[in-house]
Write a protein that binds this ligand. Structure first.
Ligand code: GDP
Length: 369
């Protein structure tokens, strides 16, 4: 039987082969649904029965279609970004897709940034970075999807800027968009009436609509995967170590040239040339940092990766991509960013190299702190 079946919640084409993608339903659930005549994708099923939104990822093509749709709406666009992985959470070209619609930029996971970082400084920095990309947000604010008390300001800002229109929430995967939407659902309508009607099957992408008071909706959209993030090379256990769960404690290292820092076995920082100075690391407190001589660093990694230098764990070492080297000449206060892992702040002019598993981005940016 090859008949195409659509989710009666979101209209996505039902498939049983690719968990985590649009329209996925386990075969057993599909069979059951066909008996009762009500087939939901797993995502809508969870929402209906557990009041819970699951993250879902789109292919690049589908995501482009979604972005194109946004430009044709009259709506407020809420762009959720992860402030711990800011570069990894930007949507390339978003400003071209949103048309004339206002964009509210929301920096999530503020709970893990060091308390020493002033909120105003952070939002100003985000605004500057957004402008560099051609995006002009009507406002930039910070939140933590894990903290109910952080929703007040966000909900007020959404109310203020939507001016009676619909709201589309967009973001790449892992920024915490699902957690945020779930928090909003808890604090607003509740979910009872969320999925009641079937729409025209197949014409709309997987979108979750939360009713607002004036008959408009807040619409969750699927995220797109940023493949250059560290997360894609790690197992679940390692992810727990690498993704900070609580406030990141900066660590200061006084380094001489020709010294190396290892961030677990995941990344490496070489101070190649310059005068003795301090370097500050911002990574999860659970990632151990080791210092060694640059001249010994290759051999040190070879010997200790999977042991002293973790993650990756011993049994993951063979599948772990080799570290790839990027060299930078630093002129002013700069962060070297290891996508999804964290960053190191460099204060004085020098020559450095950053290493990360092949496929993971290493880049520099104007220092955040
Ligand atoms: P999505 O792919 O954007 O929908 O992201 P998820 O909602 O699935 O969240 C990705 C990861 O970030 C999960 O491990 C969440 O627990 C975590 N997370 C989400 N929001 C926050 C937050 O405000 N603070 C912290 N520390 N972690 C968060």
């Amino acid at each position: 039987e090859t008949e195409i079946i659509y989710c009666i919640g979101c209209g996505a084409e039902i498939q049983t082969q690719r968990p985590g993608e649009l329209g996925y339903t386990p075969q057993s659930a599909l069979d059951k649904g066909l008996e009762t005549g009500e087939v939901y994708c797993q995502r809508c099923f969870r929402l209906r029965h557990y009041n819970e939104i699951q993250p879902v990822a789109l292919t690049d093509d589908d995501f482009l279609r979604l972005l194109n749709e946004l430009g044709q709406k009259d709506a407020l666009i809420v762009n959720v970004v992860d402030i711990f992985d800011f570069n990894g959470s930007l949507i390339p070209g978003l400003h071209r897709f949103v048309g004339d619609n206002p964009v509210l930029m929301v920096g999530n996971k503020v709970d893990i940034l060091p308390k020493s970082l002033k909120r105003g400084k952070m939002t100003q920095w985000m605004r500057e970075r957004a402008h560099e990309m051609g995006l002009r947000p009507v406002d930039v604010l910070l939140t933590s999807a894990k903290k109910p008390q952080e929703m007040t300001e966000l909900l007020a800002a959404i109310e203020k800027y939507r001016e009676g229109r619909d709201v589309y929430v967009v973001g790449v995967t892992n920024v915490g968009k699902s957690t945020l939407i779930n928090q909003i659902i808890k604090q607003t309508a509740g979910v009872k009436d969320l999925i009641t009607t079937s729409r025209f099957p197949g014409t709309t992408l997987d979108k979750i609509e939360i009713p607002l008071e004036d008959g408009h909706f807040l619409i969750d959209t699927p995220g797109i995967i940023h493949r250059e993030q560290m997360a894609h090379y790690l197992g679940v256990q390692d992810l727990k170590i690498v993704a900070p769960q609580k406030e990141v404690k900066p660590k200061v290292y006084q380094l001489n040239p020709e010294q190396t820092l290892f961030l677990g076995g995941l990344a490496r920082f070489d101070f190649i040339q310059g005068k003795r100075s301090s370097f500050v690391t911002y990574v999860s407190n659970d990632v151990e940092i080791h210092r060694t001589k640059l001249a010994n660093a290759d051999a040190f990694y070879e010997k200790h990766v999977g042991g002293l230098l973790q993650p990756p764990r011993q049994d993951e070492v063979t599948d772990f991509p080799p570290l790839q080297r990027f060299e930078f000449s630093i002129k002013e206060k700069t962060d070297i960013v290891f996508a999804g892992l964290g960053w190191i702040t460099i204060t004085n002019p020098c020559v450095i190299a950053g290493w990360a598993p092949k496929g993971v981005a290493v880049l520099t940016r104007k220092a955040l702190i």
